[in-house]
Design a protein around this ligand. Structure first.
Ligand code: NI
Length: 165
């Protein structure tokens, strides 16, 4: 397993809609393994293909919950979202040092393929639901800073610029 370079805010691939995956092959399995090791090394709870420079629709998630073993999802899509919304603090490995409260549906149902290529359905709220939505956003070129109000976003961008020196 290799640790991959994590793309940071400003990188074009983070703003590009990732392509559907047509075939679950050894290359994809290797990518998933590398994404897990990259996520663990960076101490994240989720990682999406574009974040490691791969514009393909794959995510890995580990919310450190005994009842939810770490998993990968290929071509994930949200098929149901609760009307109820919830605010929670989010950060992103591609925007280190920044975080903000983001409002999202409290609970979602997601369908896709597992790492073996079998259809799966994952549903959850709390950190799992938030993480699923955040990672699937990455596949559409959307970042959590796009989901806060304009004033907050401006503050975040100022902090980011200062940080980047
Ligand atoms: Ni992220």
């Amino acid at each position: 397993m290799a640790t991959l370079k994590i793309e940071l805010l400003g990188s074009e691939v983070l703003r590009t809609r990732a392509a559907e995956i047509e075939q679950v092959d050894d290359d994809l399995k290797r990518l998933i393994a590398d994404m897990f090791s990259t996520m663990y090394r960076a101490e994240g709870v989720g990682l999406a293909g574009p974040q490691v420079g791969v514009s393909r629709r794959v995510i890995v998630v580990d919310v450190h919950d005994e009842e939810v073993p770490p998993f990968a999802l290929i071509n994930p899509r949200v098929v149901e979202s609760s009307a109820e919304k919830e605010k929670g603090e989010e950060g992103c490995l591609s925007i280190p040092g920044l975080s903000a409260a983001v409002e999202r549906p409290a609970h979602v149902v997601v369908e896709g393929l597992d790492a073996a290529g079998n259809p799966v359905r994952v549903e959850g709220g709390g950190l799992l639901g938030r993480c699923l939505q955040h990672e699937i956003d990455h596949l559409d070129g959307i970042l959590f800073i796009d989901r806060v109000g304009p004033l907050k976003r401006k503050m975040l961008m100022q902090k980011w610029k200062k940080q980047q020196g």
